[in-house]
Design a protein around this ligand. Structure first.
Ligand code: 5GP
Ligand code: ZN
Length: 147
C-alpha cells in the first residue's frame, strides 16, 4: 500500500459502508474486500465488489490488493448468475469521472444480464485509420516499460 493513502477515508461513502456506519446488503466478506448489493441496481443482483482499503480508483490500487480482490470475481459471478437465474453478466469498472465513476473508492460492478433486458450494451465502437493503431500501441507499450 502507498504510505500516503489512508486505509480509511471518513469522507468516503464506501469506507463508511465498510465500517458499518451506513447499512448495506452484504453478500460476501473476506479480509480484502466486501461485496454488497448496489442500492440502484441496473438489474436485481447488481453487486459491487469493494476492496477494504481506500483507493480512489483502479489505477491507485496496489497490484497485490487488486490481485487478491479480483480472485473473488469468478466465484461471485457464478453465485450471482445462479441466484438471479441470469443469462449473462457484465463485469465493469468505471475508472475516473469521464468513465462514469461517481464513488471515488475503486470497485468492480457485477451486473447480471438477461436476454432482452433494457441495458444498452455494447457501447459504440470505432476503427483505427492510417498509423493510429501502431502509434497507440507504441504509446501504451512505452508507458508499460516505465511502470
Ligand atoms: P460508480 O458510479 O462509482 O462506478 O459506482 C457507484 C455505485 O454505487 C453506483 O452504481 C450507485 O448506485 C452505488 N451507490 C451509491 N450510493 C450507494 C449506497 O449508499 N449504498 C450502496 N449499496 N450503493 C450505492
Ligand atoms: Zn473509501
Amino acid at each position: 500500500m502507498h504510505d500516503s493513502v489512508p486505509a480509511h477515508d471518513p469522507s468516503c461513502l464506501f469506507c463508511r459502508i465498510l465500517a458499518g456506519e451506513i447499512p448495506s446488503s452484504r453478500v460476501l466478506e473476506t479480509p480484502d474486500a466486501v461485496a454488497i448489493l448496489d442500492i440502484q441496481p441496473v438489474n436485481f443482483g447488481h453487486v459491487l465488489l469493494v476492496p477494504r482499503l481506500h483507493h480512489a480508483d483502479l489505477a491507485e490500487l496496489p497490484d497485490d490488493v487488486a490481485a487478491r480482490v479480483a480472485t473473488l470475481l469468478p466465484r461471485l459471478a457464478r453465485a450471482i448468475q445462479a441466484a438471479c437465474k441470469a443469462d449473462g453478466l457484465n463485469v465493469v469498472i468505471n475508472n475516473g469521472r469521464a468513465a462514469g465513476q461517481t464513488v471515488f473508492h475503486g470497485h468492480w460492478h457485477l451486473v447480471p444480464r438477461f436476454v432482452g433486458d433494457a441495458v444498452r450494451w455494447p457501447w459504440p465502437q470505432g476503427r483505427y485509420e492510417g498509423d493510429a493503431m501502431a502509434v497507440t500501441q507504441a504509446a501504451i507499450a512505452l508507458q508499460l516499460t516505465s511502470t
